[in-house]
Design a protein around this ligand. Structure first.
Ligand code: ADP
Length: 395
């Protein structure tokens, strides 16, 4: 039996995929089909150092996956010859039901459908991905790994919102957390990097990508996280506001003539770095800031300030912090964010080594001084590998 697992991340207008060799812990091939349902679709596929691209209309998710399948056959690796042992699906919202990777059955699909109220943009697209993949790979296990799963251990004090308890209960309003696969993976790698068992390590994980979230992990179990009922709460993100006074929504509803859809669009798509500076990509913000753009400078400052607030809060939540781990696009690549977020915290036992922080080269690394009581780490995330490993357990 091959150790190849196909990982699928099916969104509303795109499908990302990666073929993972579980034994060698590496990606064999990967790709993305974008703008599904639009005239100008695109498929980008990478295998063996070569990237192939196809442009044209992709009518729906079924066609998208059929094309990816064909692309595998034409440019490598032929999936029929190689043999896929399992398919892992990245699923967004498991509610309170799915706390662990789950073998997908018709009942499981029905339950994910029921949970779609909590994630109207994500769960329906996830289900389409499952159904289409099951047509292509009917004879292997399909396993769902939920973004919310790792956070089912949040204590009630961290999970509850302070609103009318009956309303919260009836509508499932509580904090669920997202990016769980990444937070789990990075906290485990951080413990390994320190050479200690996971159960002995308390850490703060800062996942800073387009979406961004922080978590506090005590001995391998999540005890706090910055995202809530939806992935809108918490840190400043590419286009999302993160924390905001709920009174702002009321104010805009009453005085700006904005309805729910307008406010949804404002907070999810026109806020965060984009709202403050005009651009959502962190590198673009950095370039503008360095060129003297004041709006970009403010966006950077708000981003870093929010991050520091969360680090401080999670230090208090944990009491003892063995490691602070930075991950995802910004966390792995921006030395200045890492430096500025933790500057001046020597009194709390956190001391970034400027040379180690700025040193070139990727990979897992320690960027704190030997004297720092809390180790500061960079740990590249690999959600696909984590999902593939979880799926492999069912083979
Ligand atoms: P996601 O998976 O959430 O789409 P990523 O983890 O790929 O996001 O992170 C994307 C973000 O990382 C973008 O804002 C991008 O500008 C930023 N990023 C990528 N490379 C760098 C870099 N070298 N320096 C600073 N930011 C970077």
């Amino acid at each position: 039996m091959s150790g190849l697992v196909l990982v699928i991340n099916s969104g509303s207008s795109s499908i990302k995929y990666e073929l993972v060799d579980v034994a060698r812990e590496c990606a064999v091939a990967s790709g993305i089909v974008e703008r599904i349902g639009e005239p100008q679709g695109r498929l980008t596929h990478a295998y063996d150092g070569r990237t192939s691209e196809w442009n044209g209309e992709v009518a729906d998710h079924t066609q998208a996956l059929t094309m990816a399948y064909r692309m595998f056959a034409e440019t490598g690796l032929d999936l029929d010859e190689a043999g896929v042992a399992a398919v892992g699906h990245r699923l967004v919202h498991g509610g309170k039901v799915f706390t662990q990777p789950t073998l997908i059955t018709p009942e499981v699909v029905e339950t994910i459908e029921r949970l779609a109220d909590l994630a109207p943009l994500h769960n329906p697209a996830n289900i389409i991905g499952i159904e289409v993949a099951q047509e292509h790979f009917p004879d292997v296990p399909h396993v769902g790994v939920f973004d919310t799963g790792f956070f089912h251990t949040l204590p009630p004090a961290a999970a509850a919102y302070a609103i009318d308890a009956d309303v919260a209960e009836r509508y499932g309003v509580q904090r669920y957390g997202f990016h769980g696969t990444s937070h789990k993976y990075v906290s485990e790698r951080a413990a390994r990097l320190l050479g200690r068992p996971c159960e002995d390590v308390d850490s703060i994980v800062l996942h800073l990508g387009n979406g961004a979230s922080a978590s506090a992990v005590r001995g391998g179990r999540a005890v706090e996280t910055s995202m809530g009922l939806t992935p809108l709460e918490g840190l400043v993100m590419g286009t999302r506001s993160g924390d905001i006074d709920p009174g702002v929504l009321l104010h805009l509803g009453r005085h700006a003539g904005m309805d729910i859809a307008d406010i949804d669009e404002l907070l999810n798509r026109r806020s965060g770095l984009k709202g403050l500076s005009g651009v959502n990509d962190f590198r673009a913000v950095t370039e503008r800031r360095e060129a003297g753009d004041e709006r970009a400078a403010l966006a950077y400052d708000v981003y870093v300030h929010r991050l520091r607030k969360y680090v401080g809060a999670y230090m208090a939540v944990l009491g003892r912090v063995d490691a602070i781990a930075f991950t995802a696009g910004v966390g792995e690549n921006s030395a200045s964010v890492r430096e500025d977020a933790l500057a001046g915290l020597e009194g709390f036992g956190i001391e970034v080594d400027p040379a180690a922080n700025r040193a070139r080269g990727g990979g897992e690394r320690v960027i704190s001084t030997a004297a720092s009581k809390t180790a500061v780490l960079v740990v590249p995330t690999d959600e696909e590998l984590a999902i593939a490993k979880a799926a492999w357990e069912f083979v």
